[in-house]
Design a protein around this ligand. Sequence first.
Ligand SMILES: [Mn+2]
Length: 314
Amino acid sequence: MANFDVFNGDADGILSLVQLRRAEPLDSTLVTGRKRDIKLLDRVEAKAGDKVTVLDISMRSNAEHLARILDAGASVFYVDHHNAGDIPNHPNLNAVIDTSPEICTAMLIDEALDGDYRAWAVTAAFGDNFADLARAKAEGLDLPLEQLERLGMLVNYNGYGGSVDDLLFHPAELYKALSQFDTPMEFLASDQDVFSALDAGYETDLANAKNAKVLDETDEGCVITLADKAGSRRISGVFGNQLAVDNPHRAHAILTAQDGGYLVSIRAPKVKSLGADTLALQFETGGGRSAAAGINHLPECDLDKFVKAFRAAF
Ligand SMILES: [Mn+2]
């Protein structure tokens, strides 16, 4: 019997698994990738009796391979907050899906574990851009919120790139480093190397992103392009989040040049949090949530079409 832990390579996915495996240690094959690598179940060859845990990736995007794995006789524990499509009614599937806009996967795990690893869940919520949720769940606990917010943001930043090679740490390696500890405070006190590498990488990438080219700017939205560099691809998502926080009434799109096209990160206006997914889904490789979505590859020839669709959406 084999175990597979399948998780999104962002802060929410990694820190969901950290909580779960601190609570229930398990020898498992880790299946993960970049934040945008959401079709992870196609990499899982599970047999009858195997256990597959799936965290923070859309069930809709994995429907075909979820069915294959269930049909093979494996059991699946599936926890997520993205658009799920139709949830199969299968005796081997235990699905905890909540798509309400103010929840993340790590908080669903936190609820299942009665808050035993709350500091990791709070860190994840900060990293997944749910600062209000993080603060609400931290209330009454004596947590170093500023440090947890920084760590969550940095773990999230690490998940962005054009390929896994762009990332400062492979998400499975980052998971292994973080999962040695019951709390992020213990991690920060013990493993300065990992934190320092993330922190320095982030500051360098952000300084370079400040030279971004503005493609389209109105009161409602702003479209920005970044040069074809690993650092641009790493910073684009977090840079988009920061622009969204600084301009809460505006929608944002960050287009990073790559492979004769663009990797696109879309943020709906903070005050509305709607429309990012419907815009992304108009393009072949688009997907995401209503507040934050992306397109894996926007061909150069679709650039005008995208700017028009962006203006129409917001
Ligand atoms: Mn998430």
